[in-house]
Design a protein around this ligand. Structure first.
Ligand code: 16G
Length: 246
């Protein structure tokens, strides 16, 4: 390998050195990397060679430039292209479909102990239970039951959850910006009620997905259970070999 390396153009070798430092976390997101002059001196090459290496790393998304400030390490690729934390309406619109929702129920409930633990609530704290049937181009796709602590969104009953996105309301009205989520997928089948709502046969396969969403500081905000028609919905995830390193 070392031999092969020697035959690579010098700019490529420099590129590999920097790339490796990013992949092994020696250089972290938003770290400023040394200037072209400093690197040229360090590696005993011309400034042009360094610039070529950096240009390619910028193009490949490993680095970004801030005019007048320097070149920095980009945030991990996973945050840009790995399953994005988006809501149903946004998802559907991105696919060119028309989303709509029917509100099946909205009430305050006392969470059971499992939900209370998930949302890190005290014994007397209530949650909103929002159940919606959601459509794409007038076709029912998913039944969703969302649970959000009442103290996070008092008055959410007065919002029109048939027209608006829950995520938009949480952000615009309650300044709750979801940052990351834990999601689990399981296979299940439709019982009588779900089959009727989704317009499918009893026993038809469903994708059961649950999601717990958090603020950037790790506070859980929303727990959602979704039952997707598996004939109409597929879940795709991008996989990266170096996920743990970047
Ligand atoms: C997605 C989420 C769900 C969230 C909803 C908000 C999954 C499995 N679930 O469907 O957790 O409550 O979007 O959608 O992806 P909205 O902002 O359009 O109301």
């Amino acid at each position: 390998m070392a031999e092969l390396k020697d035959t690579l153009p010098i700019y490529h070798q420099i590129k590999q050195i920097i790339r490796e430092k990013i992949l092994t976390n020696e250089l972290k997101p938003d770290d400023r990397i040394p200037s072209e002059i400093e690197m040229a001196k360090l590696y005993g090459v011309s400034r042009m060679t360094v610039r070529n290496a950096l240009n390619e790393l910028v193009m490949e998304g490993y680095l970004y430039r801030v005019p007048g400030k320097g070149t920095f390490v980009a945030r991990p690729r996973i945050e840009r292209s790995f399953a994005l934390l988006t809501g149903f309406m946004e998802d559907m619109r991105q696919k060119g479909l028309r989303p709509s929702s029917k509100l099946l129920s909205l009430k305050q409930i006392i969470p059971d102990s499992v939900l209370r633990k998930r949302l890190k609530l005290l014994p007397n704290e209530k949650v909103f239970e929002i159940v919606r049937l959601r459509y794409a181009n007038e076709e029912p796709i998913v039944i969703q039951a969302s649970y959000i602590p009442v103290f996070f969104c008092p008055g959410i009953e007065s919002e029109n959850l048939e027209i608006s996105s829950l995520y938009d309301i949480l952000e615009a009205k309650y300044q709750l910006v979801l940052d990351h989520a834990q999601q689990r997928l399981e296979a299940t089948v439709a019982d009588e009620k779900k089959a009727q709502l989704l317009g499918i046969k009893i026993g038809a396969p469903l994708l059961y997905i649950y999601r717990l969403s958090f603020l950037a500081n790790g506070t859980p905000v929303e727990f959602v259970e979704s039952w997707y028609r598996s004939d109409r919905y597929a879940f795709e995830v991008m996989l990266y070999k170096n996920l743990n390193l970047r």
